[in-house]
Design a protein around this ligand. Structure first.
Ligand SMILES: [Zn+2]
Ligand SMILES: [Zn+2]
Length: 135
């Protein structure tokens, strides 16, 4: 168990159970925007008691505390992101991989009476790896 992750959870008032720490550790070491199914597939061999419901509930708890971020792709799959710094995403239409890319500088629009709390930027195309395969 990574004591550092346990400490971060404790600071947020989250009781650091073995499962919660494992899920948090996973997201802090896999910046691949995993889904619940992917996290389950990778963690369940070492934590046999882990269920998809536990993963989902834990991720929801982390989201509420701002520890992680999440987004949904066009196929309605929820992806989870351990990188909470402002950044944009690029999804490759061939391999499906979702990359972190720097957020382009944009002015927030001035909307009378509205309060803007965030924005998500998503680019689509073909990644470098897939383009190299084509040549
Ligand atoms: Zn690709
Ligand atoms: Zn990301």
């Amino acid at each position: 168990m990574n004591t550092n992750s346990a400490e971060i959870l404790r600071e947020k008032g989250i009781s650091p159970s073995v499962q919660r720490v494992a899920i948090y550790d996973y997201l802090m070491t896999h910046f691949t925007h995993p889904t619940v199914d992917e996290i389950f597939k990778d963690l369940s061999p070492s934590i046999p008691t882990l269920s998809k419901t536990t993963i989902y509930n834990t991720l929801t708890l982390f989201l509420e505390h701002g520890l992680i971020d999440s987004f949904t792709t066009d196929d309605n799959t929820a992806h989870y992101d351990g990188n909470v710094q402002s950044h944009a995403h690029f999804q490759c239409s061939q391999c499906g991989e979702i990359y972190d890319i720097p957020m382009p500088k944009t002015e927030a629009p001035q909307l009378e009476g509205f309060e803007i709390n965030g924005m998500k930027v998503f680019y689509y195309g073909i990644c470098e790896k897939c383009r190299k395969k084509e040549i």
